[in-house]
Design a protein around this ligand. Structure first.
Ligand SMILES: Nc1ncnc2c1ncn2[C@@H]1O[C@H](COP(=O)(O)OP(=O)(O)O)[C@@H](O)[C@H]1O
Ligand SMILES: [Mg+2]
Length: 309
Protein backbone atom coordinates (compact mmCIF):
# COMPACT_ATOMS: atom_id res chain seq x y z
CA UNK A 1 0.00 0.00 0.00
CA UNK A 2 1.17 3.50 -0.87
CA UNK A 3 1.55 5.92 2.01
CA UNK A 4 -0.46 9.09 1.40
CA UNK A 5 0.15 10.97 4.65
CA UNK A 6 3.05 10.52 6.97
CA UNK A 7 4.23 12.60 9.89
CA UNK A 8 7.26 12.35 12.11
CA UNK A 9 7.11 13.90 15.55
CA UNK A 10 4.92 16.65 14.12
CA UNK A 11 4.41 19.31 16.79
CA UNK A 12 2.68 22.66 17.00
CA UNK A 13 2.99 24.87 20.05
CA UNK A 14 0.96 28.08 20.21
CA UNK A 15 1.94 30.87 22.56
CA UNK A 16 -1.02 32.75 23.97
CA UNK A 17 -1.11 35.02 27.05
CA UNK A 18 2.38 33.90 28.03
CA UNK A 19 1.23 30.26 27.99
CA UNK A 20 2.34 27.39 25.80
CA UNK A 21 -0.44 25.41 24.18
CA UNK A 22 0.70 22.06 22.81
CA UNK A 23 -1.97 21.88 20.13
CA UNK A 24 -0.32 18.93 18.35
CA UNK A 25 2.24 16.98 20.31
CA UNK A 26 4.79 14.60 18.79
CA UNK A 27 2.44 13.14 16.19
CA UNK A 28 3.36 10.04 14.22
CA UNK A 29 0.65 9.34 11.69
CA UNK A 30 0.37 7.14 8.60
CA UNK A 31 -2.57 7.19 6.20
CA UNK A 32 -2.58 4.97 3.13
CA UNK A 33 -3.75 5.72 -0.38
CA UNK A 34 -7.43 4.88 -0.87
CA UNK A 35 -8.20 4.96 2.84
CA UNK A 36 -11.00 6.79 4.63
CA UNK A 37 -9.26 7.84 7.80
CA UNK A 38 -11.26 9.23 10.72
CA UNK A 39 -9.37 11.69 12.91
CA UNK A 40 -11.35 11.74 16.12
CA UNK A 41 -10.99 13.84 19.20
CA UNK A 42 -12.91 16.19 21.47
CA UNK A 43 -13.01 19.92 20.79
CA UNK A 44 -9.62 21.52 21.21
CA UNK A 45 -7.70 18.26 20.79
CA UNK A 46 -5.71 19.52 17.78
CA UNK A 47 -7.60 18.19 14.75
CA UNK A 48 -7.79 21.44 12.80
CA UNK A 49 -4.20 22.36 13.67
CA UNK A 50 -3.04 19.01 12.25
CA UNK A 51 -4.94 19.52 8.99
CA UNK A 52 -3.59 23.06 8.58
CA UNK A 53 -0.03 21.80 9.02
CA UNK A 54 -0.54 18.95 6.54
CA UNK A 55 -1.75 21.44 3.96
CA UNK A 56 1.19 23.74 4.64
CA UNK A 57 -1.16 26.53 5.74
CA UNK A 58 0.63 26.85 9.10
CA UNK A 59 4.19 25.97 10.01
CA UNK A 60 4.95 23.22 12.50
CA UNK A 61 6.99 24.16 15.57
CA UNK A 62 9.02 20.99 15.04
CA UNK A 63 8.83 17.62 13.32
CA UNK A 64 8.08 16.90 9.71
CA UNK A 65 5.46 15.49 7.38
CA UNK A 66 4.61 14.44 3.82
CA UNK A 67 1.39 14.36 1.84
CA UNK A 68 1.41 12.44 -1.42
CA UNK A 69 5.17 12.30 -1.11
CA UNK A 70 5.54 16.10 -0.89
CA UNK A 71 7.09 17.72 2.13
CA UNK A 72 4.70 19.88 4.14
CA UNK A 73 7.28 22.62 4.77
CA UNK A 74 9.16 22.84 1.47
CA UNK A 75 6.55 21.63 -1.05
CA UNK A 76 3.24 22.79 0.35
CA UNK A 77 2.24 24.38 -2.94
CA UNK A 78 2.46 20.96 -4.59
CA UNK A 79 0.40 19.47 -1.78
CA UNK A 80 -2.31 22.04 -2.37
CA UNK A 81 -2.22 20.94 -6.03
CA UNK A 82 -3.22 17.37 -5.14
CA UNK A 83 -5.31 18.01 -2.02
CA UNK A 84 -8.80 19.38 -1.58
CA UNK A 85 -9.85 20.93 1.72
CA UNK A 86 -13.23 21.76 3.21
CA UNK A 87 -12.68 23.80 6.37
CA UNK A 88 -15.06 23.81 9.32
CA UNK A 89 -16.52 27.08 8.10
CA UNK A 90 -16.71 28.29 4.54
CA UNK A 91 -19.06 30.45 2.56
CA UNK A 92 -20.46 30.89 -0.89
CA UNK A 93 -21.93 33.90 -2.65
CA UNK A 94 -25.59 33.52 -1.86
CA UNK A 95 -26.90 35.56 -4.75
CA UNK A 96 -24.87 33.59 -7.29
CA UNK A 97 -25.94 30.23 -8.69
CA UNK A 98 -24.16 26.98 -7.84
CA UNK A 99 -22.50 27.11 -11.25
CA UNK A 100 -21.32 30.72 -10.91
CA UNK A 101 -19.92 30.07 -7.45
CA UNK A 102 -17.83 27.16 -8.68
CA UNK A 103 -16.75 29.15 -11.72
CA UNK A 104 -15.65 32.01 -9.50
CA UNK A 105 -13.51 29.73 -7.30
CA UNK A 106 -12.14 27.86 -10.31
CA UNK A 107 -10.96 31.15 -11.82
CA UNK A 108 -9.37 32.14 -8.52
CA UNK A 109 -7.49 28.87 -8.79
CA UNK A 110 -6.31 29.79 -12.28
CA UNK A 111 -8.41 27.24 -14.09
CA UNK A 112 -9.59 28.57 -17.39
CA UNK A 113 -10.59 27.78 -20.94
CA UNK A 114 -13.06 25.30 -22.27
CA UNK A 115 -12.39 22.58 -19.73
CA UNK A 116 -13.74 24.74 -16.92
CA UNK A 117 -17.40 24.38 -17.91
CA UNK A 118 -17.10 20.65 -18.39
CA UNK A 119 -15.35 20.15 -15.07
CA UNK A 120 -17.88 22.23 -13.14
CA UNK A 121 -20.79 20.37 -14.68
CA UNK A 122 -19.16 17.03 -14.00
CA UNK A 123 -18.45 17.91 -10.36
CA UNK A 124 -21.98 19.14 -9.79
CA UNK A 125 -23.27 15.95 -11.33
CA UNK A 126 -21.10 13.76 -9.08
CA UNK A 127 -22.52 15.36 -5.93
CA UNK A 128 -26.07 15.12 -7.24
CA UNK A 129 -26.88 18.82 -7.57
CA UNK A 130 -27.53 18.96 -11.33
CA UNK A 131 -31.13 20.00 -10.82
CA UNK A 132 -29.96 23.05 -8.86
CA UNK A 133 -27.04 24.09 -11.01
CA UNK A 134 -28.62 27.48 -11.82
CA UNK A 135 -30.24 28.04 -8.42
CA UNK A 136 -28.81 30.79 -6.18
CA UNK A 137 -26.91 29.20 -3.29
CA UNK A 138 -28.93 31.28 -0.83
CA UNK A 139 -31.79 28.82 -1.41
CA UNK A 140 -29.62 25.79 -0.54
CA UNK A 141 -29.97 23.75 2.63
CA UNK A 142 -26.90 23.16 4.78
CA UNK A 143 -26.58 19.67 3.28
CA UNK A 144 -26.70 21.01 -0.27
CA UNK A 145 -24.04 23.61 0.53
CA UNK A 146 -21.87 20.85 1.91
CA UNK A 147 -22.25 18.90 -1.33
CA UNK A 148 -21.47 22.02 -3.31
CA UNK A 149 -18.32 22.50 -1.24
CA UNK A 150 -17.34 18.97 -2.26
CA UNK A 151 -18.05 19.71 -5.91
CA UNK A 152 -15.88 22.79 -5.56
CA UNK A 153 -12.84 20.75 -4.59
CA UNK A 154 -13.54 17.91 -7.04
CA UNK A 155 -13.06 20.29 -9.97
CA UNK A 156 -9.32 19.99 -9.59
CA UNK A 157 -9.30 16.16 -9.45
CA UNK A 158 -7.66 15.85 -6.05
CA UNK A 159 -5.91 12.68 -4.90
CA UNK A 160 -6.78 13.35 -1.27
CA UNK A 161 -9.41 15.43 0.47
CA UNK A 162 -9.41 16.86 3.99
CA UNK A 163 -12.82 17.34 5.59
CA UNK A 164 -12.84 19.17 8.91
CA UNK A 165 -15.93 18.20 10.96
CA UNK A 166 -18.06 17.78 7.83
CA UNK A 167 -21.21 16.54 9.53
CA UNK A 168 -21.57 19.28 12.15
CA UNK A 169 -24.88 21.09 11.78
CA UNK A 170 -26.38 18.66 9.27
CA UNK A 171 -29.74 17.00 9.88
CA UNK A 172 -29.72 13.16 10.10
CA UNK A 173 -30.85 12.63 6.51
CA UNK A 174 -28.17 14.97 5.11
CA UNK A 175 -25.56 13.28 7.28
CA UNK A 176 -26.48 9.88 5.86
CA UNK A 177 -26.48 11.24 2.28
CA UNK A 178 -23.13 12.88 2.85
CA UNK A 179 -21.61 9.65 4.16
CA UNK A 180 -22.89 7.77 1.10
CA UNK A 181 -21.36 10.38 -1.16
CA UNK A 182 -17.99 10.17 0.59
CA UNK A 183 -18.04 6.37 0.31
CA UNK A 184 -18.82 6.61 -3.38
CA UNK A 185 -16.02 9.12 -4.06
CA UNK A 186 -13.62 6.86 -2.21
CA UNK A 187 -14.69 3.79 -4.19
CA UNK A 188 -15.08 5.24 -7.64
CA UNK A 189 -12.08 7.56 -7.71
CA UNK A 190 -9.85 5.81 -5.17
CA UNK A 191 -9.82 9.14 -3.37
CA UNK A 192 -8.04 9.16 -0.02
CA UNK A 193 -10.18 10.84 2.62
CA UNK A 194 -8.98 12.40 5.86
CA UNK A 195 -11.95 13.35 7.95
CA UNK A 196 -12.01 14.93 11.38
CA UNK A 197 -14.87 14.56 13.84
CA UNK A 198 -15.70 14.64 17.52
CA UNK A 199 -18.56 12.14 17.10
CA UNK A 200 -17.52 8.51 16.81
CA UNK A 201 -20.96 7.15 16.05
CA UNK A 202 -21.31 9.51 13.09
CA UNK A 203 -18.23 8.25 11.31
CA UNK A 204 -17.96 4.66 12.39
CA UNK A 205 -19.75 3.30 9.33
CA UNK A 206 -17.68 5.43 7.02
CA UNK A 207 -14.06 5.12 8.08
CA UNK A 208 -11.70 2.22 7.52
CA UNK A 209 -9.42 3.26 10.34
CA UNK A 210 -9.70 5.75 13.15
CA UNK A 211 -7.11 7.67 15.12
CA UNK A 212 -8.05 9.02 18.55
CA UNK A 213 -6.53 12.33 19.44
CA UNK A 214 -6.55 13.75 22.95
CA UNK A 215 -4.85 17.00 23.99
CA UNK A 216 -2.68 16.97 20.87
CA UNK A 217 -1.56 13.37 21.36
CA UNK A 218 -2.56 10.46 19.17
CA UNK A 219 -3.48 7.85 21.75
CA UNK A 220 -4.69 5.01 19.53
CA UNK A 221 -5.06 4.08 15.88
CA UNK A 222 -7.02 1.03 14.82
CA UNK A 223 -9.76 -0.27 12.59
CA UNK A 224 -13.32 0.71 13.41
CA UNK A 225 -14.23 -2.95 13.97
CA UNK A 226 -11.60 -3.22 16.63
CA UNK A 227 -12.79 -0.12 18.50
CA UNK A 228 -16.43 -1.08 18.18
CA UNK A 229 -15.62 -4.62 19.28
CA UNK A 230 -14.34 -3.21 22.54
CA UNK A 231 -16.80 -0.49 23.30
CA UNK A 232 -19.22 0.21 20.50
CA UNK A 233 -22.49 -0.28 22.39
CA UNK A 234 -23.85 1.35 25.51
CA UNK A 235 -26.94 -0.21 27.01
CA UNK A 236 -28.91 1.37 29.81
CA UNK A 237 -30.79 -0.98 32.08
CA UNK A 238 -33.19 -0.19 34.89
CA UNK A 239 -34.61 -3.11 36.85
CA UNK A 240 -36.50 -3.88 40.01
CA UNK A 241 -34.13 -5.12 42.77
CA UNK A 242 -30.73 -4.13 41.53
CA UNK A 243 -28.05 -6.06 43.42
CA UNK A 244 -24.67 -7.77 43.02
CA UNK A 245 -26.30 -11.09 42.15
CA UNK A 246 -27.92 -9.57 39.12
CA UNK A 247 -24.67 -7.90 38.08
CA UNK A 248 -22.83 -11.23 38.43
CA UNK A 249 -25.47 -12.90 36.26
CA UNK A 250 -25.18 -10.20 33.63
CA UNK A 251 -21.42 -10.58 33.60
CA UNK A 252 -21.93 -14.18 32.45
CA UNK A 253 -23.05 -12.79 29.11
CA UNK A 254 -19.95 -12.57 26.92
CA UNK A 255 -18.55 -9.38 25.38
CA UNK A 256 -19.35 -7.01 28.25
CA UNK A 257 -16.40 -4.73 28.74
CA UNK A 258 -17.70 -2.66 31.61
CA UNK A 259 -20.72 -2.25 33.89
CA UNK A 260 -21.28 0.98 35.79
CA UNK A 261 -23.98 1.89 38.29
CA UNK A 262 -25.34 5.35 37.72
CA UNK A 263 -28.18 6.71 39.80
CA UNK A 264 -29.91 3.35 40.24
CA UNK A 265 -29.41 2.38 36.61
CA UNK A 266 -26.85 0.07 35.07
CA UNK A 267 -24.76 1.30 32.18
CA UNK A 268 -23.36 -1.64 30.26
CA UNK A 269 -20.65 -1.23 27.62
CA UNK A 270 -20.34 -4.05 25.17
CA UNK A 271 -18.87 -5.02 21.82
CA UNK A 272 -22.29 -5.94 20.44
CA UNK A 273 -26.00 -5.42 21.03
CA UNK A 274 -26.79 -7.82 23.89
CA UNK A 275 -30.25 -6.53 24.84
CA UNK A 276 -31.86 -9.89 24.16
CA UNK A 277 -29.44 -11.77 26.44
CA UNK A 278 -29.91 -9.09 29.09
CA UNK A 279 -33.68 -9.41 29.07
CA UNK A 280 -33.39 -13.21 29.36
CA UNK A 281 -31.02 -12.95 32.33
CA UNK A 282 -33.24 -10.46 34.10
CA UNK A 283 -36.27 -12.73 33.62
CA UNK A 284 -34.32 -15.77 34.85
CA UNK A 285 -33.50 -13.83 38.01
CA UNK A 286 -37.20 -13.01 38.50
CA UNK A 287 -36.70 -9.26 38.16
CA UNK A 288 -38.53 -6.87 35.90
CA UNK A 289 -37.11 -4.51 33.31
CA UNK A 290 -38.14 -0.88 33.65
CA UNK A 291 -35.89 0.48 30.92
CA UNK A 292 -33.63 -1.21 28.38
CA UNK A 293 -32.20 1.13 25.78
CA UNK A 294 -29.29 1.32 23.41
CA UNK A 295 -27.37 4.57 23.01
CA UNK A 296 -24.22 5.46 21.10
CA UNK A 297 -21.39 5.97 23.57
CA UNK A 298 -19.74 9.36 23.49
CA UNK A 299 -16.14 9.73 22.46
CA UNK A 300 -15.23 10.69 26.01
CA UNK A 301 -16.74 7.49 27.36
CA UNK A 302 -14.78 5.36 24.92
CA UNK A 303 -11.58 7.22 25.74
CA UNK A 304 -12.19 6.79 29.42
CA UNK A 305 -13.19 3.16 29.30
CA UNK A 306 -10.36 2.03 27.07
CA UNK A 307 -7.57 4.22 28.30
CA UNK A 308 -8.48 5.09 31.88
CA UNK A 309 -7.88 8.67 32.98
N1 LIG B 1 -4.19 30.41 16.42
C1 LIG B 1 -4.19 29.90 17.65
N2 LIG B 1 -3.58 30.53 18.68
C2 LIG B 1 -3.56 29.99 19.92
N3 LIG B 1 -4.10 28.82 20.25
C3 LIG B 1 -4.71 28.12 19.27
C4 LIG B 1 -4.80 28.62 17.93
N4 LIG B 1 -5.48 27.71 17.18
C5 LIG B 1 -5.80 26.70 18.01
N5 LIG B 1 -5.36 26.94 19.26
C6 LIG B 1 -5.48 26.05 20.44
O1 LIG B 1 -4.89 24.81 20.09
C7 LIG B 1 -5.65 23.71 20.60
C8 LIG B 1 -6.10 22.82 19.45
O2 LIG B 1 -7.04 23.54 18.64
P1 LIG B 1 -7.69 22.91 17.32
O3 LIG B 1 -6.62 22.36 16.46
O4 LIG B 1 -8.56 23.97 16.75
O5 LIG B 1 -8.55 21.72 17.94
P2 LIG B 1 -9.82 20.94 17.30
O6 LIG B 1 -9.85 21.22 15.84
O7 LIG B 1 -9.59 19.50 17.64
O8 LIG B 1 -11.04 21.47 18.01
C9 LIG B 1 -6.80 24.34 21.37
O9 LIG B 1 -6.42 24.42 22.72
C10 LIG B 1 -6.92 25.73 20.76
O10 LIG B 1 -7.45 26.63 21.68
MG1 LIG C 1 -11.36 22.01 14.74
Amino acid sequence: MQVMIETESLTKIYYADGREIHAVDDLYLKVFEGEIFGYLGPNGSGKTTTILMLLGLIQPTSGDGWVGGYNIIRESRKIRGIAGYIPERYSFYYNLSAYRNLEYFAKLNHLSGNEIKERIERSIEIVGLNDWINTPVGAFSRGMKQRLALANILIRNPKIIFLDEPTVGLDPKSKADFRELIKRLNREFNLTIFLSSHMLHEVKELCHRIGFLNKGKLIAVDTVESFMGKMGYKIILEVTDLDDKLIDALNEIGDISKIKIDDGRLIIYSGRDIRLEISRKVAEMNRYILTLTLEPPTLEEIFFNIYGE
